[in-house]
Design a protein around this ligand. Structure first.
Ligand SMILES: NC(=O)c1ccc[n+]([C@@H]2O[C@H](COP(=O)([O-])OP(=O)(O)OC[C@H]3O[C@@H](n4cnc5c(N)ncnc54)[C@H](OP(=O)(O)O)[C@@H]3O)[C@@H](O)[C@H]2O)c1
Length: 324
């Protein structure tokens, strides 16, 4: 493909604005079209971010032959139906996290992408941050020896709104799916699949979790202590402890610009700032995939997303969290 990758965006809320902002930095992509349930909203968004076309329905955008890849930025519960629609029209998809709200949904989406031979990826921007490439390099080089534990938290204070996306069960509310996914992502990236999962939560009167503490155990006896909450601001840092040292991912660890290696009584600080708001790194990764005709991304393969939701489903079962 010699021309620029032509993006479409579905669901023009908060994250779509950030994504579109970073898309403008890309020299290998253009924002071709945007779709909202409201044509007025789509028109305003298209004007702001210089998109070629504005659509008042998601279906209309999916049918646009001039779009190569669609970014899905709707509430969690809609990821499944929005992604399936795109895949059925053979459109490549970058879908916000979580890819689906349970394993069955994720497996169905993966099967559809495979049978249509179309690109699909979960939009975990964290995986593409420069700081994460450095962390993996340090771990691979044995800088901290064998990893024996991970500690990671993600918390911010929000006002309880039973109708809002964060607390409304019908929209997939709860801290686990929204931000708890990041500490779990880190544990999966570094330690793989846990052999045992424990979790405790505080539930809201809308029956979603506003606080969750998780303890994962691994076959090699490593442990991960993970937390997410909408109740209070927490440090939102992560530590990877090894037999010979530790690595700290500074606040907010899921898009850390700074990491520190502690070893032999010394501290080495790495400044690895992300570009733009931070979404440009996943955007460029997907641009390359689309240009190469790939059906998945090697840094964030679909099997990884399947494992991630498998863990999340087990955590949900532990705390009695379910979605229709
Ligand atoms: N990667 C990240 O850093 C990050 C950060 C925040 C959120 N996210 C993810 O992005 C997704 C969207 O989050 P957000 O904070 O952008 O949400 P948001 O501001 O509420 O926007 C979601 C958009 O989805 C569309 N939508 C369709 N049906 C809807 C319904 N029944 N109720 C509400 N909105 C509906 C709306 O767009 P239209 O009105 O235009 O159709 C709405 O603006 C979530 O899955 C979340 O996990 C990711």
């Amino acid at each position: 493909m010699s021309q620029k990758v032509r993006w479409g965006i579905i669901g023009l809320g908060k994250i779509a604005h950030n994504f579109a902002f970073d898309l403008r930095i890309s020299e290998t992509a253009v924002l071709q079209g945007v779709a909202s349930r409201s044509i007025e909203k789509a028109t305003k968004f298209a004007k702001k971010f210089k998109a070629q076309k504005a659509y008042g329905s998601y279906e209309a955008l999916v049918k646009d032959p001039d779009i190569d890849v669609i970014y899905i930025a709707t509430p969690h519960v809609l990821h499944f139906e929005n992604t399936m629609l795109c895949l059925q029209y053979k459109k490549a998809v970058l879908c916000e996290k979580p890819l689906g709200i349970n394993l069955t949904q994720v497996q169905t989406m993966i099967q559809e992408a495979k049978s249509q031979n179309v690109f699909l990826m979960e939009a975990i921007w964290t995986r593409f941050m420069p700081s994460y490439q450095k962390v993996l390099e340090l771990l691979n080089d044995g800088a901290i020896g064998d990893v024996i534990s991970i500690r990671a938290d993600f918390g911010f204070q929000t006002t309880f709104d039973p109708e809002g996306r964060l607390y409304n069960k019908k929209l997939g509310g709860g801290s686990l799916l929204d931000i708890g996914i990041y500490p779990i992502f880190l544990s999966l990236l570094v330690l793989g699949m846990p052999s045992d999962i424990n979790a405790m939560a505080r539930m809201t009167n809308t029956n979603v979790d506003s606080f969750i503490a998780m303890l994962f155990e691994y076959k090699n006896d490593a442990k991960a202590v993970l937390e997410s909450t909408f109740e209070v601001d927490t440090p939102t840092e992560a530590y990877i402890f090894g037999t010979k040292g530790k690595i700290k991912l500074h606040r907010r660890f899921h898009h850390a610009n700074t990491i520190t290696l502690y070893k032999n009584g010394e501290e080495t600080v790495f400044q690895l700032p992300h570009s733009g708001i931070g979404y440009i790194h996943e955007i460029e990764a997907v641009n390359e995939n689309i240009r190469n005709g790939d059906t998945e991304n090697s840094k964030l393969p679909l099997a990884f997303s399947e494992q991630l939701i498998t863990i999340i489903d087990q955590v949900k079962a532990k705390i009695g969290l379910w979605y229709e």
